[in-house]
Ligand binder design. Structure first.
Ligand code: SF4
Length: 286
């Protein structure tokens, strides 16, 4: 059985930066909190927890006012204000690419633009970015949301519209949404589109699409809550009849691989290299 492993599988720059720096903070501080899961991967979270990291859902849980890590996805503006008020020192490990989107939307909101933010409505990154967009904004997750977004734009009376997108959103869907938005607004609206999908995401999605066309069985490794992992699964499913999404090698049913000639392995941005290596080893020994 031939095994293909994606060149782009595993930690992206932002996740690596967050995990490495969180580990350093643990080495030099007695107590460190992290607001939310540092990445959407239970193995990574457990390893940090075993080394003393305290994961909290809310700053109010940080009664000792210990140093608190902001993960790569970023947080809503209000968290920075709350931390300041409570005297909690933040270690901001928000990915620079996400911080750049916060800066863009803040600047455009100040220039009186209405903002459409395309992304998963409950994803922490989208919630964070939405808070920097201000009141004149609308989050679009499904194509059906575009009608309401356009209605809000028109009732706001704004003549300038900016569209940005969650860093891990599907390129294909985003292009489709833009065409749909263009068809629903007239020439009186000045439209500016900034494609803020992360390059690492785009390249990984492209590689996944190519690989899934070449293999008979595709294994996607990533956290159950990981939005970018879910997208890799969807992309693979379009090209390959058998695709599984796992967090750990123990979830692979080896009997399904009987008669399979080529297996492709891809991993989401929050998947450690160790998880990829374990799957490769398991398949090699099958
Ligand atoms: S996917 Fe891109 S934007 Fe998101 S954390 Fe990784 S490098 Fe940053």
């Amino acid at each position: 059985m031939e095994i293909m492993v994606g060149k782009t599988a595993g930690f992206c720059y932002g996740v690596k930066n967050a995990v490495d720096n969180a580990t350093k903070e643990l080495e030099s501080n007695e107590k460190v909190c992290c607001l939310g899961e540092i990445v959407h991967n239970s193995k990574v979270v457990k390893e940090l927890e075993d080394n003393g990291m305290i994961f909290i859902k809310d700053l109010s849980e940080n009664t000792d006012k210990c140093k608190t890590i902001i993960r790569a996805h970023g947080v809503p503006k209000a968290i920075y204000e709350e931390a300041k008020e409570k005297g909690i020192e933040l270690v901001d490990l928000t990915c620079p690419k996400v911080l750049k989107i916060h800066k863009i939307v803040s600047e455009y909101a100040d220039k009186d633009y209405f903002i459409f933010l395309v992304g998963n409505k409950v994803h922490p990154e989208t919630l964070g970015t939405a808070s920097f967009c201000g009141v004149n904004s609308h989050t679009i997750e499904q194509e059906e949301d575009i009608d309401d977004a356009v209605k809000n734009l028109i009732s706001s009376g704004k003549k300038n519209l900016l569209v940005v997108v969650q860093t891990t959103f599907s390129m294909e869907k985003f292009d489709k949404y833009i065409e749909n938005i263009k068809s629903k607004i007239d020439d009186t609206i000045n439209l500016e589109v900034i494609n803020t999908i992360c390059n690492a995401t785009r390249i990984r999605q492209e590689e996944t699409a190519e690989m899934s066309k070449l293999v008979d069985y595709m294994i996607i490794i990533g956290g159950k809550n990981s939005s970018n992992t879910k997208k890799l699964y969807e992309i693979s499913y379009e090209n390959c009849s058998k695709v599984i999404c796992i967090e750990d090698k123990s979830e692979i049913d080896l009997s399904e691989l009987n008669g399979v000639d080529k297996v492709g392995i891809m991993a989401g941005a929050s998947t450690p290299q160790k998880s990829v290596d374990e799957v490769v080893e398991l398949l090699k020994n099958t």
